[in-house]
Design a protein around this ligand. Structure first.
Ligand SMILES: [Zn+2]
Length: 190
């Protein structure tokens, strides 16, 4: 199966937030986030959940696709609101908690250094794992560190885990670098 590292940078930047719940919101959504949509079919869902969670062997059906959309919308609304200093709607909290209430993916150690396996993973379990990550994120101190990338043309979320709280870009490889190049160009044009 595909890993983050194998994706071209333009797609990979969606999955560099460091939190699977926020990476998941970058697969698309409603309204203005529809332009990012990459989950059109159940196969897309199993593929992208597999990339985000590093899980092999997921399969999804039409019901999983139906279940995914409200969860993704709830996490997106909550994270975007928090990044703007707002609060989280009770209906979004309820949606996230409901998804987290089913059993999550269960990891299994195969051998030291050989990574983690998930025996018989289900898409409902994968969505539960994502919802549990959102609960951990929104319920902890990092909830105040959710930001939107400072690039005007980007819009991706990030979690600023830097000690001074000064992270501005979704990734240095893309938006950070572009800003650096632009700054350099502006300085040398003066
Ligand atoms: Zn960015």
């Amino acid at each position: 199966m595909q890993r983050r590292e194998e994706l071209p940078l333009g797609v990979r930047v969606r999955f560099l937030t460091g939190r699977v719940s926020l990476d998941f919101t970058h697969t698309g959504g409603e309204g203005e986030y529809a332009r990012w949509e990459i989950v059109h079919t159940p196969d897309d869902l199993s593929r992208w959940l597999g990339v985000i969670l590093s899980v092999d062997g997921l399969t999804a059906g039409p019901a999983d696709l139906e279940a995914m959309r409200p969860l993704r919308a709830a996490i997106t609304d909550a994270a975007r609101s928090l990044s703007a200093g707002g609060s989280v709607r009770a209906s979004d909290v309820a949606t996230i908690n409901a998804a987290a209430a089913v059993p999550p993916l269960v990891p299994r150690l195969v051998a030291v250094g050989a990574g983690v396996e998930y025996p018989a993973p289900t898409t409902a379990g994968a969505l539960s794992t994502i919802a549990r990550d959102a609960i951990d994120l929104f319920g902890g101190p990092l909830a105040e560190r959710i930001r939107v990338c400072a690039s005007e043309t980007c819009g991706l979320l990030l979690v600023d885990t830097s000690r001074p709280g000064t992270r501005r870009w979704c990734s240095m490889q893309r938006c950070g670098n572009l800003a650096k190049v632009r700054g350099h160009r502006e300085r040398s044009a003066r």
